[in-house]
Design a protein around this ligand. Structure first.
Ligand SMILES: Cc1ncc(COP(=O)(O)O)c(C=O)c1O
Length: 416
């Protein structure tokens, strides 16, 4: 189980059967099963047997250094040149000394966040600062869900979210996503068995999808039938996404919209804000208080100062327009080479391929590092993720030519 010897979903023998086999009392086996359940290693679904849970043996995957001369289109970071100037902002930063027992969110950040959400008609009267989007999502899910609960997710979807769900012992339920967002028909079929829906309304990673108004209406209709389901939106790229904000959360019982400042102001800030229904936000904030307490106000003040710097020189609009230009250049170049791809918004372009590994290897041989789609997919077909954040339009043609070359030569290989 913990060693990976028993795959997630493997059913455990019945209590009576195992007791007979081991010649111990059924109470002993039932107690052992309860212990495993408490530790999150197994789950018992209603009216079904106890199965091994999806909590994975946690593995860390450090980034392997790239060979000399290879260009990195794999790491999903924003372009450092499109972020506000950290060093200059730090030099002018004036942070009051704070102790325990003060407000968890500094008023300057709260004011900006309320206006930010309010501009998109998202009620931020309950608001909390967290350490990045994933921290916020983990904390929101932690307020309401238990090990073994099912969460509808986009497929393909961000590997960080899929890893997080598995690490929490939650079961991702795949819902296909196209350019316009989640598939409403598939969602309608699965959402009744889910405790939560987790989605990325724009700058979807890896496909670049962004919810259209029409799709949002269709999805709201589906979600209206399940008023108790928690809806969590990961608006991780926010202002640089290249698409308007849309939300499915308005008027729901349990909801949260998480907006990170990582892509707009810098990943190392580790600051995000969460708006949600009062109960969810209060539970999150209370839990945060008994743990780390609050997000360092040094970072919160820095976030405010960087935000102001970006607003003053039009940095966010410039970044959004530059990313749009880079996506467009690669999509056009791929299209010119006869290679279909998607990437309407955000930092990534998603290129369907017959087989991922040979394409990743072939592109690496030609000087481009990209991501195999495997870790982003549940049931979705194979594809390659190309991060365009630092890809100058002048280089898009070379990437498309490398793709075309690899795809032409990749398929005929006979395997031994
Ligand atoms: C969809 C999505 N959510 C969240 C994150 C991470 O956000 P944060 O750094 O604020 O945790 C990323 C990073 O690329 C992402 O692509």
């Amino acid at each position: 189980m913990g060693s990976g010897g028993l795959a997630p979903g493997t059913p455990l023998p019945s209590v009576r059967g195992l007791a007979r086999e081991l010649e111990v009392s059924p109470t002993t086996v039932a107690t052992a099963y309860r212990d495993l359940r408490t530790r999150g290693l197994v789950v018992t679904h209603e009216r079904s047997r106890t199965v091994v849970s999806h909590v994975p043996p946690l593995v860390s995957r450090p980034h392997a250094p790239l060979p000399e001369g290879v260009r990195d289109l794999a790491a999903g970071d924003p372009d450092p040149l499109l972020l506000p100037d950290l060093a200059a902002t730090l030099r002018t930063l004036d942070v009051p000394v704070r102790g325990y027992g003060e407000e968890a969110i500094v008023p300057e950040l709260a004011r900006r966040a309320v206006a930010w959400f309010g501009a998109d008609d998202i009620d931020a009267s309950s608001l909390v600062a967290v350490s990045g989007a994933l921290d916020g999502i983990e904390r929101v899910l932690g307020t309401a869900l238990r090990v073994g609960d099912r969460v509808a997710v986009e497929d393909p979807g961000y590997t960080g979210l899929l890893d997080l769900l598995r690490a929490m012992g939650l079961v991702p339920v795949p819902v296909p996503v196209d350019d316009d967002g989640l598939d409403p028909d598939v969602l309608a079929g699965v959402v009744g068995g889910c405790e939560a829906v987790l989605l990325t309304p724009r700058a979807h990673n890896p496909t670049g999808a962004a919810m259209t108004a029409e799709r949002a209406d269709a999805l709201r209709t589906v979600l209206d039938d399940v008023p108790g389901v928690l809806v969590v939106e990961d608006d991780h790229a926010a202002d640089i996404a290249g698409a308007p904000a849309r939300t499915l959360t308005r008027g729901r019982e349990r909801w949260a919209v998480v907006r990170s400042l990582a892509k707009t102001l810098g990943p190392d800030l580790r600051v995000a804000v969460v708006a949600g229904d009062e109960r969810t936000v209060t539970r999150l904030a209370t839990r945060l208080r008994v743990g780390p307490g609050w997000v360092s106000t040094v970072l919160q003040h820095l976030a405010v100062a960087l935000w102001d710097a970006a607003a003053a020189d039009g940095g966010l609009e410039r970044a959004a327009a530059t990313y749009a230009e880079r996506r467009r250049a690669l999509l056009d170049a791929l299209d010119g080479a006869g290679i279909p791809a998607s990437g309407r918004t955000g930092l990534n372009v998603w290129v369907p391929v017959p087989e991922e590994t040979p394409v990743v290897r072939g592109l690496l041989d030609r000087g481009w590092a990209v991501q195999a789609g495997e870790r982003y997919r549940l049931a979705a077909p194979p594809a390659i993720r190309v991060t365009v954040a630092r890809l100058e339009p002048a280089d898009a043609g070379a990437v498309a030519a490398a793709f075309a070359d690899v795809l032409r030569h990749g398929s005929a290989t006979r395997l031994g």
